[in-house]
Design a protein around this ligand. Structure first.
Ligand code: G6P
Length: 349
């Protein structure tokens, strides 16, 4: 047995379980770097959050968190698309680059372009000494420890936690941010408790033979829905797609058939009524509704309870999706740590 797995069967499930520890360390130790990042955002005129893959969804989550908590507009672009927005860069711009490895080619290229334009670069990066870390004017190290699984999990929640805290600093409500993060630490622990994990495993058993799976969320939960779908598709090869709840009627609803699994993120925020009516539309087309929510709603066929943690809802919501990806892969006889065709870090273009 591989001792570095610490009793787990795979790195993916081991790393999923490391998240409470990673988030706790951020809640305890990151006040100073977070204030500094907030100051850089305040001083800038035009900021861009960029990332690839899972890091792009953390970046999009950041854009929603800054908007909702701090009323601050931060642009978002996936790394490979940033070059088509480069003309917006000035000496007053700030590029906030998110990357687990710090080696993703599209991100490095974007950062080089930002530097050529005289813009400033902040990084949220997990690997100290990586190319991104060295290029950035200021880096926050995620402190998540090495990620061995190709799927990014603990680096994702670390980035979202740091951005949530930063948004609260910008809003002058640092203590609220910290309190929500502490609640999320407990919430993530609950989502990983044996009974919660078993519930997700049962759902995986039930939907493992499906070809398609749809995931919806609104507001803060929209990036979570995209990340949830990515987690499921990259490791189980089930075609999973995340959508903004409001887009259902613009096409997606045509794809829902009898028994199609539909994951619905329904935190107790301003999105609740609208997302539940979307769930109802899917259900009336035969969709099998898997509701991730603090409340057991009538429209759910299966309820995955998560803690109510205010603005930190993306942190607890994503956990069942990570577990679902893992258990779907196991159930389908696939290697959860090494999905076909994917590399841990994409250093070529
Ligand atoms: C690859 C990995 C993903 C990761 C992405 C960005 O596609 O398979 O898990 O999210 O690269 O990697 P980075 O190291 O920049 O976060």
């Amino acid at each position: 047995a591989d001792t570095s797995l610490g009793g787990f069967d795979h790195y993916l499930i081991k790393e999923i379980h490391e998240q409470p520890r990673v988030l706790r360390a951020i809640a305890e130790n990151y006040a100073e770097p977070v204030r500094r990042l907030a100051a850089m955002i305040r001083e800038s005129y035009g900021s861009f959050l960029i990332g690839c893959g899972t890091a792009s969804y953390a970046a999009l989550s950041g854009a929603y968190l800054f908007s909702r908590i701090a009323r601050r507009h931060v642009n978002f672009a996936v790394g490979s698309e940033f070059k088509y927005q480069e003309h917006f860069l000035t000496e007053r711009s700030l590029v906030i680059a998110l990357s687990q490895s710090g080696e993703t080619a599209d991100i490095i290229e974007a950062v080089m372009a930002a530097k050529r334009a005289g813009a400033r670069v902040a990084a949220l990066v997990n690997v100290p000494g990586s190319t991104l870390d060295r290029l950035a004017d200021f880096s926050i190290h995620l402190g998540a420890g090495p990620e061995q699984s190709v799927l990014s999990t603990k680096a994702y929640t670390a980035k979202v936690a740091i951005l949530m805290l930063t948004a609260h600093v910008l809003n002058g409500s640092e203590h609220v941010g910290r309190e929500h993060l502490w609640r999320a630490v407990d919430g993530v622990e609950q989502a990983l408790a044996p009974a919660s994990e078993r519930r997700v495993q049962e759902i995986a058993d039930r939907i493992a033979d499906q070809e398609h799976c749809f995931v919806i969320g609104r507001g803060l939960s929209y990036p979570t829905a995209l990340e949830a779908a990515l987690k499921i598709k990259e490791v189980s090869y089930i075609h999973a797609e995340g959508f903004a709840g409001g887009e259902l009627k613009h096409g997606v609803i045509a794809l829902v058939e009898d028994g199609t699994p539909c994951i619905v993120f329904s935190p107790l925020d301003e999105t609740r009524d609208d997302i539940l009516s979307g769930a109802m539309e899917m259900r009336s087309r035969g969709g099998f509704i898997i509701g991730v929510s603090p409340e057991a709603e009538e429209v759910f066929d299966v309820h995955v309870p998560v803690a109510e943690v205010g603005d930190a809802s993306p942190l607890v919501g994503v956990i069942p999706a990570q577990l679902l990806g893992y258990y779907l892969a196991v159930r389908r006889g696939l290697d959860p740590d090494k999905p076909r065709n994917l590399a841990k870090s994409v250093t070529v273009k």
